[in-house]
Design a protein around this ligand. Structure first.
Ligand code: CP
Ligand code: NVA
Length: 342
């Protein structure tokens, strides 16, 4: 009889990229590309027929929630959204007790929230695969979509250079630095010194880079950081759970992704793309955007509207890929697929 546990991914949680090898991440990226092709061709792929998955959200979400929901439905599973205001978690019930209850009813659990320790405890006590939909520290499902998008555009990953400019110590920057290091993609972090990645994160990334040959550069010098980039990536200056707008605007104004910054790459047009995990502040059509304009006199933050709407922009393909890659991750960890090795 087939022992499903012999599959590389079956039953595994996805809590942080550092727990996966380059081959495993590449498999999930390629599987995402395959599932995208199946979806476009209208070919069903019900690997999770009859499964129930819980979607826990302590923080807001458009893409991650939509991606998990549609991916689960396409896979034949039933997704159940459990928002912060809807369940007892945190207020009347511990993560451990919640995990035990949810694990007895659901086959898999997505968690988006503040503490990495919460998603780790869910995995420890639920007995089912737990998928990290973003914590203060990491955003691993974003990475699957991001490197899938890079591969779609360039046909390969190793040897490319991805430059993240902005808040260099947020979850997305952490994840890009470590995932790039695992995959052999050179990662540049361009940020003011105050927002450099923590030493812990740098140590993790450096360890992987030794094996993969990725070149990691952390600098506050735009000329040095931008040079040779194939992917220029940015994220909001103030992440969910933070509120220090004035400090961030002052620190990060010189680190906006605009056309002048893209020019500094020196990269030919057909070898350069712009990415953003979204949501983005590229104009004043949002409440926060308007407030920032009134208070600090700027109409664009981490990226200009010109770059956001330019021929380099891939952020909406990247957003769509959240769905295909999350589907790959859920199917691989819960779908009893034959993946004896990668
Ligand atoms: N990129 C991303 O995680 O988007 P949401 O916050 O909308 O889920
Ligand atoms: N760094 C951002 C990412 C949002 C997808 C945040 O945590 O708010």
């Amino acid at each position: 009889m087939t022992d499903f546990k012999n599959s590389v991914f079956q039953g595994r949680s996805v809590l942080a990229e550092k727990d996966f090898t380059a081959a495993e991440l590449e498999y999930l990226i390629d599987f995402g590309l395959h599932l995208k092709a199946l979806k476009k061709a209208g070919i069903p792929h019900h690997y999770l027929e009859g499964k129930n998955v819980a979607l826990l959200f302590e923080k807001s979400s458009t893409r991650t929630r939509s991606a998990f929901t549609t991916a689960a439905i396409d896979l034949g599973a039933h997704p159940e959204f459990l928002g912060a205001g809807d369940i007892q978690l945190g207020k009347k019930e511990s993560v451990e007790d919640t995990a035990k209850v949810l694990g007895s009813m659901f086959d898999g659990i997505e968690f988006r929230g503040f503490k990495q320790s919460s998603v780790e405890q869910l995995a420890e006590f639920s007995g089912v695969p737990v998928w990290n939909g973003l914590t203060d520290e990491w955003h691993p499902t974003q990475m699957l979509a991001d490197f899938m998008t890079v591969k779609e555009n360039f046909g390969h990953l190793k040897g490319l250079t991805l430059t993240f400019m902005g808040d260099g110590r947020n979850n997305v920057a952490n994840s890009l630095l470590v995932t790039g290091a695992i995959l052999g993609v050179n990662v540049h972090i361009v940020a003011p010194k105050e927002l450099f990645p923590s030493q812990d994160i740098q140590d993790i990334a450096n360890k992987f880079a030794k094996d993969s040959g990725a070149d990691l550069v952390i600098t506050d010098d735009l000329d040095k950081g931008m040079k040779g980039s194939n992917v220029v990536y940015t994220d909001v200056w103030v992440s969910m759970g933070e509120s220090n707008w004035e400090e961030r605007v002052n620190l990060l104004k010189p680190y906006q992704v605009n056309m002048a910054a893209l020019k500094k790459t020196g990269t030919p047009d057909d070898q350069l793309i712009f990415m953003h995990c979204l949501p983005a502040f590229h104009d004043t059509t949002t409440e926060y955007g308007k407030e920032i304009e009134e208070k600090y006199g700027i109409t664009e933050m981490e990226v200009t509207d010109e770059v956001f709407r330019s021929k380099y922009a891939r952020q909406f393909e990247e957003a769509e890929n959240r769905m295909h890659s999350i589907k790959a991750m859920m199917a691989a960890t819960l779908g009893n697929l034959f993946i004896p090795r990668v």
